[in-house]
Design a binder for this molecule. Structure first.
Ligand SMILES: Nc1ncnc2c1ncn2[C@@H]1O[C@H](COP(=O)(O)OP(=O)(O)OP(=O)(O)O)[C@@H](O)[C@H]1O
Length: 373
């Protein structure tokens, strides 16, 4: 192997491979934790497992790493079934929430450790460690111990230590959760730029939708051991498959109602406190009950007397409370006994609506989604 031992050469050594998870079921005793999980992660993709605490994200990640065993199903890396392989033969690098650095070793020795275990020649170790430290911007701190580093720097050491052995897949288990809010934002951009430089297929576990949205190409939203939906952040936000996904990726307004004929050969959603909302693409028979989901920014406040704009439904309600957010005001509005949130853009000098004020809202019908559950 002709290593140049620069960050670019380290990147060139990494081959992007895909990860396929098929029909995976895993139980701890009677606790069925992963339920028929199927996922196809593409080579070079930055992919997130996103979901609330206890939904099985870490269990799935550890299954890929080889620390857990499924009762049913298969995991393939680069097309090869790795279910029978122990962790050290899977070419998988994992970064833990706690970093798991050796406290008695310098940064350099921490990063070198995996290469020493693999009995890589000393001179090659030195050069590869230099390249990995340069990649994460820590060459100047190579002789410090972990306790002499900030949280963000320790995180970078953990990353350097993982990528220096040139894994095929990088697994990150809530890697930013021990950092303060400002550093978390900075580190997520660093993670993204490192991942792009290396082109390394990366799976990132998080319960923080903003983190997943800002850095990941695609996200699998998980709930109670099942994958609810897979898509780009924008897909999931704009076209959630169900109420769980809608509510997990941002604020979701939900109105109860029923599908009815609109009298012109189409369908409309009908309920209390709003005029019928056209549902042009919905495949639900008349009389089907369901929910209409839309975002706070899909509503516009109208002055009394203005007719609804074309393609809009009219909602009438009462302001219950408001939050001043600077650039906008979020009003919580009672519409026919159901609470709806609306974001109104704010300019200096604008008057705010007080609690108990009547309010008229227009909903852009093409932004609303009919959901059966
Ligand atoms: N080693 C284990 N033995 C028994 N049960 C476990 C074990 N590890 C996890 N569990 C259980 O499996 C379920 C899923 O846990 P997991 O850690 O995968 O969730 P998670 O989505 O990663 O949550 P968090 O965000 O809190 O880490 C939980 O009910 C948990 O209690």
């Amino acid at each position: 192997m002709n290593h140049q031992f620069s960050p670019a050469a380290l990147a060139a050594q990494i081959q992007s491979v895909g990860v396929d998870i098929e029909g995976v079921n895993l139980s701890y005793g009677s606790n069925h934790v992963l339920k028929d999980v199927n996922l196809a992660i593409k080579p070079g993709e930055f992919f997130a497992f996103l979901g609330p605490s206890g939904c099985g994200k870490t269990t799935l990640l550890r299954l890929i790493a080889g620390f857990n065993t499924a009762q049913r199903g298969e995991v393939r890396i680069g097309g090869r079934d790795i279910s029978g392989l122990p962790p050290h033969r899977r070419d998988v690098g994992m970064v833990f929430q706690s970093y798991a650095l050796w406290p008695h070793m310098t940064v350099r020795r921490n990063v070198a450790f995996g290469l020493e275990e693999r009995r890589v020649p000393r001179a090659e170790i030195e050069r590869r460690v230099d390249a990995a430290l340069e990649l994460v911007g820590l060459k100047h701190l190579a002789d410090r111990r972990p306790s002499q580093l900030s949280g963000g720097q320790q995180q970078r050491v953990a990353l350097a230590r993982t990528v220096v052995v040139e894994p095929k897949i990088l697994l990150l288990d809530e890697p930013l959760s021990n950092l303060d809010a400002k550093l978390r934002v900075q580190m997520r951009q660093e993670l993204l730029s490192l991942q792009r430089k290396l082109g390394l297929t990366t799976i990132f576990v998080t319960h923080d939708q903003e983190e997943a949205n800002t850095i990941c190409d695609r996200i699998a939203v998980m709930e109670d051991g099942r994958v609810q939906q897979v898509g780009t952040p924008q897909d999931l936000y704009d076209h959630p498959a169900n109420l769980f996904v809608a509510g997990f990726l941002g604020t979701a307004n939900v109105l109860d109602g029923t599908v009815r004929d609109d009298g012109a050969g189409g369908r409309a959603f009908v309920g209390s406190g709003f005029t019928p909302v056209a549902l042009p693409a919905v495949e639900a028979g008349t009389g089907t009950g369901g929910k209409l989901m839309f975002r706070p920014q899909n509503l516009a406040i109208r002055a009394d007397g203005q007719p609804p704009a074309p393609g809009h439904s009219r909602l009438t309600g009462t302001v219950r409370h408001r939050e001043f957010l600077g650039a906008s005001i979020r009003y919580a509005v009672d519409v026919g006994g159901q609470l709806v949130q609306v974001d109104a853009p704010h300019q200096a000098g604008d008057a705010l609506l007080p609690p108990d004020a009547p309010i008229i809202l227009d909903l852009a019908a093409d932004k609303a989604r009919f959901l059966r559950q």
